[in-house]
Each structure stands twice: as structure tokens, then as C-alpha cells.
Design a binder for this molecule. Sequence first.
Ligand code: ZN
Ligand code: ZN
Length: 252
Amino acid sequence: MFVDTHAHLEMLEDVEIVIERALAHGVSRVVAISSNLESSKRTLEIARTFPQVFAAVGVHPHEALSLDKRVMEELEKLLENTKVVAIGETGLDYHYMNSPREVQIASFKNHIELAKRFSLPLVIHVRDAHEDVVSILKEQISEGIKGVIHCFTGDYLTADRYIDMGFYISFSGIITFKNTDKIREAARMIPPEKLLIETDSPYLAPFPFRGKRNEPSYVVYVAEKIAELRGEPLEKVAEETTRNAKELFGFY
Ligand SMILES: [Zn+2]
Ligand SMILES: [Zn+2]
């Protein structure tokens, strides 16, 4: 059994077929991720339709400008639903800088407040912003927050800074691409109890589907790559990553 811990299911047109195909490949749980208020509503609707799907609700750092008081209140209402298992995706993206830095930081901190209030884990997106994310999380860590650094693209030492604070590290199809030695090294070295896998569908389809649309069934290719890197049987990676996902998101 596998868990795809990060898929933007609301961006796919054929969710039902995609979920069936995931199940046929042993991917029996999917965490569906949101990017803004509208997508949070659609994501939750999908999670309520399919027993295998759970929802993360939140506003992507790209869209941090959209997070006003009204949106916060609407998100809070959605968070009361039992199919919501996480807050996100949130975080900081200084690569694209689609929202100004200060606005992204304010949005990230608002999401952290929600995570504390609702006792839910954070799904954190980081691009060219590890220093700020680490220092913001450090301020909060005594408050018992938990979560995952999704689609991790840093090196092992960076991963270790998050692991030190109790966070999980999730790897995507990027580790099947060429010239990703540093990320692969992180995937090889991090402790098994902190390891998660994801697709980030519809983006980042793993080799041999690179450039095509991604979907949750392809998370098996990510798991296979991790098994190869760590010199472990695929079953072990499947077992460990599934156990970690269940522990973090609290589903069975
Ligand atoms: Zn992301
Ligand atoms: Zn994403």
C-alpha cells in the first residue's frame, strides 16, 4: 500500500478514473491539496466523495495576496469537516515571488495559527526560502506544530534542519530526474520515520512520464526510486512511508 501525500486532484478532469487507477496500483490513500479558497472548496468536495481521499485546506504562497479576513473565516469553516487532515499548501516561494515576501510571510504565519488552533499538520512549500521557513518554524516549534516539507528539493543538511524540529520530508518525481544528486542523497540518508512520498499531480510526472500529466498512481515510481537509492525492498519503503503518512495525517 502507498499513500500519495500531495496531489492537486481538483486540477484533474477525470478524478474518478484517476482514483480507480491509483487503487489498482496500490495507492490507497491520497491527500488532496488546495491552492486558494475556491480550490479548497473543490478539494473538500472530492474528499467527501471518495473515501480514499483526504483534504488539505489552505492558500498557496503564490496566491498569498488573496488571503484576507473573509478568506480566513471561510477556511476556518471548511476546517471543521472531518475529511480535512491538514492545512496547506502554505509556505514561502521566493523563486517566483508571485506574492510579495512580507505578504507570503504573513499568510504562512496565519496558516500556522490555524494549524495550532485546529491541531492539524502543515503542508509546507519551500522554494529558495529555507532560511526564512526554518526561522519561522523555530519560533513556533514549542507550540507543538507538526507537518511536512513537501516536494523537497534541498540537500541532506537542509532536510536535517527540519527533521531536528520534528518535520517530515516528502519526495516527489524530481528524484527520478537527471542531475538531482543532492536531493537523491537526502532521500537516501534521512531517517525512515521521517520519509514521505508524493506526486504533486498534475505537475512533476516522474520518469518515464516526465513532461506528461502526473497522477497519484505514479507515486509508485517515486517509491521505487527511493527503494533503489536506499538499497531496500520496495515493500519496506511502502510500509514505512504509509505508516508515516497515517501518523502525520491521522487517517487509517
Ligand atoms: Zn508546492
Ligand atoms: Zn502542490
